[in-house]
Structures are given as structure tokens and as C-alpha cells.
Design a protein around this ligand. Structure first.
Ligand code: SF4
Length: 295
């Protein structure tokens, strides 16, 4: 499942609504039969990736071939597979609330919430129950069926009281008959299990970029720490939402490498958000060239 989201960190109220293709079952991945990977694919050849079987043994060359395919072929074959498994017109509306904004100890070069950079974002404490639950009720009234809560911090260690509050928020929002997603930084096994027990539907933890380019963007946590959190979430039985950001200065090869990491997980993420960088004043990437999504 691929989602393109435009995340605007300058948004003042911390509330975002977005839609995602609805998937009741996570089985809509591109698939392939064996072929000679030394030859470039013609447009017609791309169809060999569209037989609908889930694969975890993708080569980088195969992914590069798909990445370099003409956009109309990608749309055509992607839509064919999607239609095989899902109602093509069904989408899910989700609302995302920043429940704790700014003041983060991490140094993600794109992020105005990092305390390392002087940006317009003001640090706040964790929102209280009234604010969070009212936002969830309003989201439901507005048609959202999933409510996502994001907190700007490295991990939950030393935040027991805040974590307990978040577990209560998850339970209360599930009781409203909504799906619940969180993004709270790194999780250990016990924390992932506690979120599962509270009823959490999905957890967002992005790879951000390729392993090779990663150190140019973040130095305060490792790529393997990210993978470990994703593994802890999957082991707890929670759906994973994991993708990245394009336009950070990465090469096309970096994008292929990030997709290769995601596509070779034993269990694929249920959602793969692909965000485009929004340049924010005060961050190291404020002057990064604007990305043109379609060339
Ligand atoms: S961990 Fe999240 S909130 Fe913190 S700096 Fe990185 S992207 Fe921003």
C-alpha cells in the first residue's frame, strides 16, 4: 500500500486529516516471476511484476526497474493489482493529532520539532485527556475512522506517567469504535505489548531514507534501532506504517534502497507513507531544493 502525504509542519493546531487507500487485508503487493535482471525492462515487461503474489525476495535491480518505469505503466499495473484485492473506490479518512509537540532530543535534519534547531515550533507538554478525546470525537463526526496520535520524543523511557495516559487514550478512542494509530518514537517489546493490549491498531515508525544516506539526516539514533522498533511492533501483533521522505537530497539509488529494505521485510508494512519534504526555516534542510514529483 502506498500513500503520498504532504505533511506541513507549520500547521498551527497540530491536526491533520488525510486519506489512505482502505485495506482490510494487507495483501496487495507487487509481485514478480523470475526474469533476466541484466536487461532493461520494456513497458510491456513491467507486467511480469503484477501477478499478485506477495514476495519478500526482491532484488535491488528488480526494484530499480520498477522505479524507472513510466508513470502511466506504474499506475496501470498498480491499479490492476489493487482492484484484485480491494474496492478501488474505497478510501479511509484518518485524522492525525500532535499530542506532544516540539522539544525533541533527536536531530532529524528535516524536522522543526527538534530541540537542536531554532524554528517557529514551540514545545508543548502532552495534551490532556479532554483535548485528545474531544479531537477524536470531532474527527469521528467529520468522517474519520482512524485517529492517529503523534508525540515528538526519542522514546518512552522515563515517561511512565505519560505512557500510561496514552494507553488510556488508546482504550478510550477504541471504545468510540475508531481504529487508533500512534507514533511515539522507539518502542521496546514491553511497550509494544502494552499498546497492543490497550487496543492499538497501527504504529507509525518511518525508515526516513536508505541506510546508506541515513547518517546525513539523523545521527542520534541508528538505522538498526529503527528496524528493531518495527520488529517489536510486529511481534506484538500491531500493524506497521513505515515509509520515508523524499526530497532530502537523496539519490534515486537511495530511494530504491529504502524500498528494498521495506519490500524484503518478512512481514511487509501495512502502510508505506511516502512524504515529500516541506522545507522549514531553521532546520538544516531549509534551503533544500524543492522536489518536482513528476519529471
Ligand atoms: S524523532 Fe520525530 S519529532 Fe523528533 S526530531 Fe525526529 S522527526 Fe522530529
Amino acid at each position: 500500500m502506498r500513500i503520498i502525504r504532504f505533511f506541513n509542519p507549520n500547521n498551527k493546531n497540530g491536526l491533520f486529516t488525510f486519506i489512505r487507500p482502505y485495506s482490510a487485508t494487507p495483501v496487495n503487493r507487487l509481485a514478480a516471476v523470475s526474469h533476466d535482471t541484466t536487461k532493461p525492462l520494456s513497458v510491456a515487461d513491467i507486467s511480469i511484476y503484477a501477478d499478485g503474489h506477495v514476495r519478500n525476495d526482491w532484488t535491488k535491480q528488480e526494484i530499480k526497474s520498477i522505479y524507472e518505469s513510466p508513470i502511466m505503466s506504474l499506475l496501470y499495473y498498480g491499479a490492476k493489482i489493487h482492484r484484485r484485492y480491494h474496492d478501488p473506490l474505497a478510501v479511509q479518512q484518518c485524522t492525525l493529532l500532535s499530542i506532544k509537540t516540539g522539544g525533541c532530543s533527536e536531530d532529524c535534519a528535516y524536522c522543526p520539532q527538534s530541540s537542536k534547531y531554532k524554528t517557529p515550533v514551540k514545545a508543548t507538554k502532552l495534551l490532556d485527556s479532554d483535548n485528545v478525546l474531544t479531537a477524536a470525537r470531532n474527527a469521528k463526526k467529520a468522517g474519520s475512522t482512524r485517529f492517529c496520535m503523534g508525540a515528538a520524543w526519542r522514546d518512552l523511557n522515563g515517561r511512565k506517567s505519560n505512557f500510561n495516559k496514552i494507553l488510556e487514550y488508546v482504550k478510550e478512542i477504541r471504545a468510540m469504535d475508531m481504529e487508533v494509530c500512534c507514533t511515539l518514537g522507539m518502542l521496546n517489546e514491553a511497550q509494544a505489548k502494552a499498546l497492543k493490549d490497550a487496543g492499538l491498531t497501527a504504529y507509525n515508525h518511518n525508515l526516513d531514507t536508505s541506510r546508506e544516506f541515513y547518517s546525513k539526516i539523523i545521527t542520534t539514533r541508528t538505522y538498526d534501532e529503527r528496524l528493531q522498533t518495527i520488529s517489536n511492533v510486529q511481534d506484538a501483533g500491531i500493524s506497521v506504517c513505515s515509509g520515508g521522505i523524499i526530497g532530502l537530497g537523496e539519490t534515486p539509488e537511495d530511494r530504491v534502497n529504502m524500498l528494498h529494505t521495506l519490500a524484503t521485510f518478512v512481514l511487509h508494512p501495512e502502510s508505506v507513507p511516502i512524504n515529500a519534504l516541506v522545507q522549514v526555516e531553521g532546520t538544516p534542510l531549509e534551503k533544500q531544493e524543492v522536489l518536482f514529483l513528476i519529471h
